[in-house]
Design a protein around this ligand. Structure first.
Ligand code: EPU
Length: 295
């Protein structure tokens, strides 16, 4: 019996991850645990480390491609979701859905993040990955964050610590976890006007992007001059498919699961389009979507 089962009697084995991702792709997790508070989180990580088990921290499942072979360790589903508003600041736990933070801002007349309406995933993932849309990235508003470091100690850090870049922060490579974060917005807005902004930006995005099972933008934009969608499009990628994985006919940077696509289908499709873009433009496009699990 794993110590995980002793400490967490509700832990599940062999849970399929596909339904928990927006791509609807992904095999079983060896262990699957829903975590709602900090001490459970720390204990789970401590045991996994002791048992030399890989850990994957699942948020909204919106920016990941999970292997169809599954994940050979512990998947922790983050459901720590406390949220509070004080003046112009919102403090939320990392498992809060980003949309609930955007809504809290609107309800309190706080301006700045209306453009994040419709961006899927959790607040913690957005803080870690600097998620957003052009001219509105989560990191722009960050004041401080509570992290769990690699020694499983809590520490509070400020914005500079993250070394933010485009869809990037230092946390993407160092194994630290966002537990809670505080953002600061501009007070004094009218909730009705903020709502109207949210809706018009969402509408503009819906006009350009496909609905359907996808991981959002598949590649990062390589530069301001060249967007990945443009490069894929001009390389004849739109509509291209491998198995049930297809590049959207509407937008070149969206890969769709048309039914039973596997992670391998998606990766083979990505390899083909990367090759074409390299050949045509001599540019290496890189995945924004993170691959998780067994190759
Ligand atoms: N374009 C084409 N062909 C296509 C798609 C796009 O020529 O098939 C051209 C467009 O005409 C435009 C340029 O490429 O000139 C950029 O396209 P778009 O305005 O659709 O924006 P994007 O750079 O592809 C970014 C974010 C999205 C975000 C939108 C909001 C990245 C990688 N993507 O898309 O973020 O929703 O802006 O407008 O930064 C995500 O990160 O998951 C995501 C969806």
């Amino acid at each position: 019996m794993s110590q995980l089962q002793e400490r967490f009697p509700d832990i599940q084995e062999g849970v399929l991850l596909a339904p928990m991702t927006t791509f609807k792709i992904g095999g079983p997790a060896r262990w699957f645990l829903v975590v709602k508070d900090r001490e459970d989180l720390r204990d789970a990580l401590r045991i996994a480390r002791k048992e030399e088990m890989p850990v994957f921290f699942l948020g909204g499942g919106s920016n990941v491609l999970v292997s169809s072979k599954g994940f050979p360790g512990l998947v922790i589903k983050n459901e720590m979701r406390a949220l509070s508003v004080e003046g112009a600041r919102i403090t939320a736990e990392s498992g809060s859905i980003l949309a609930s933070v955007v809504k809290a801002a609107k309800d309190n007349g706080l301006q700045g993040i209306a453009a994040l309406q419709g961006v899927p995933g959790t607040f913690g993932a957005a803080v870690r990955g600097n998620c957003g849309v052009p001219n509105c990235e989560t990191g722009d508003y960050l004041v401080s964050a509570l992290l769990l470091d690699t020694d499983l100690e809590y520490k509070t850090v400020d914005r500079d610590y993250f070394e933010y870049g485009y869809r990037h922060s230092k946390l993407k490579g160092n194994g630290e976890i966002v537990v809670e974060a505080t953002i600061e917005l501009t007070p004094g807005g009218d909730p009705k006007e903020i709502m109207a902004d949210m809706m018009s930006m969402l509408k503009a995005r819906k006009a350009k992007q496909p609905w359907g099972k996808s991981g959002g933008s598949y590649f990062k934009n390589p530069s301001k001059e060249y967007s990945a969608g443009f490069l894929v499009d001009k390389s004849g990628g739109k509509g291209l498919s491998v198995g049930d994985a297809q590049i959207s006919e509407k937008h070149g940077n969206f890969f769709l699961n048309k039914g039973q696509a596997t992670s391998e289908d998606v990766q083979n499709l990505a390899a083909e389009i990367k090759r074409r873009v390299k050949e045509g433009f001599d540019i290496d496009i890189e995945e924004e979507v993170e691959f998780v699990g067994e190759r």
